[in-house]
Ligand binder design. Structure first.
Ligand SMILES: Nc1ncnc2c1ncn2[C@@H]1O[C@H](COP(=O)(O)OP(=O)(O)O)[C@@H](O)[C@H]1O
Ligand SMILES: CC(C)(COP(=O)(O)O)[C@@H](O)C(=O)NCCC(=O)O
Ligand SMILES: [K+]
Length: 254
């Protein structure tokens, strides 16, 4: 009887995936690694409040486990103190390195979100080159090609760039971004919008052109909070909203 039971695949309880970004924290669950039910809350909120929001949508199951990852050490520490240790999983960097060869120095410094997106590209498109553009608080542009992470770029994010102009000057206001913005601005606000929009439009296209000179068949995957707004500006790009979650889910599978 016992032996028979052992031959069955281990029962997988519900796993809640918690991904902590600099601006937004994502809580998600999935039955298949393809479709995710998720909520997103400000990372500045206390994790107990974020968990409450989640539980209003999905009442607790006893066997629930948690997977935790992110790029904000202080917030991660607060999550660790909140969650029951016996039911908390943190993804293993050695598993990442087995699945996505890389030459990052030091290896452990590569951001959790970048790892997840690279894992997703490696598992979904192992034989295809991918340029992964993650438009979050910061923007990362990473190249997965020849079955490995080739390296990437880190840029300031859109909201951060507007904010930097506002904080670093006496006369510039904080602005939002219309996408696309005009080529020429005829007011302070319009000139800032034109400047920031074209800064990023040119930087993203420049990176794509550069990487595609090395890997001409590289596809462009766009993700992160600002991706939906930008997809139409980046020819031949695909918006993949759940790329990080797909990689995070895959990372935790044996
Ligand atoms: N509800 C939202 N709250 C804050 N920022 C948002 C929201 N929706 C989209 N954004 C945009 O997304 C960016 C943050 O992206 P996200 O991928 O959530 O960040 P991170 O992973 O760095 O926390 C911000 O620059 C902002 O412009
Ligand atoms: C580059 C990032 C700030 C992007 O984070 P995000 O904008 O998604 O919150 C994050 O991946 C990070 O802190 N990385 C660590 C440094 C590195 O990847 O080399
Ligand atoms: K990100």
């Amino acid at each position: 009887m016992v032996e028979c039971r052992r031959r069955q695949p281990a029962a997988i309880g519900i796993m809640i995936f918690i991904a902590v970004g600099n601006t937004r924290t994502l809580l998600a669950q999935s039955n298949d690694g393809l479709h995710f039910q998720s909520i997103s809350a400000a990372t500045a909120l206390h994790p107990a409040h974020i968990l409450q929001q989640w539980e209003q949508l999905r009442p607790h199951a006893e066997e629930e486990t948690f997977a935790l990852g992110g790029v904000v050490p202080e917030a991660l520490q607060t999550w660790r103190e909140l969650l029951p240790e016996a039911r908390l999983h943190e993804p293993d960097l050695a598993v990442f390195n087995q699945r996505v060869a890389n030459a990052y120095i030091p290896g452990e410094a590569l951001g959790f979100d970048r790892r997840c997106c690279l894992l997703a590209a490696a598992q979904d498109y192992p034989a295809q080159s991918s340029i992964i553009i993650d438009m979050g608080t910061a923007i990362t542009i990473d190249l997965f090609a020849d079955g490995r992470f080739q390296g990437g770029r880190i840029l300031p994010g859109i909201t951060m760039s507007f904010h930097a102009l506002f904080l670093g000057t006496a006369l510039l206001p904080d602005m939002d971004l219309p996408v696309p913005a005009a080529a020429l601005g005829n007011s302070t606000g319009a000139a800032i919008q034109s400047g920031v929009f074209h800064l990023f439009a040119d930087a993203l296209q420049g990176a794509i052109t550069h990487f595609q000179q090395m890997y001409p068949d590289a596809q462009v995957l766009l993700t992160g909070g600002d991706a939906a707004l930008w997809q139409a500006q980046i020819p031949n790009s695909q918006h993949v909203p759940d790329l990080l979650l797909r990689g995070f889910y895959g990372w935790l599978q044996a």
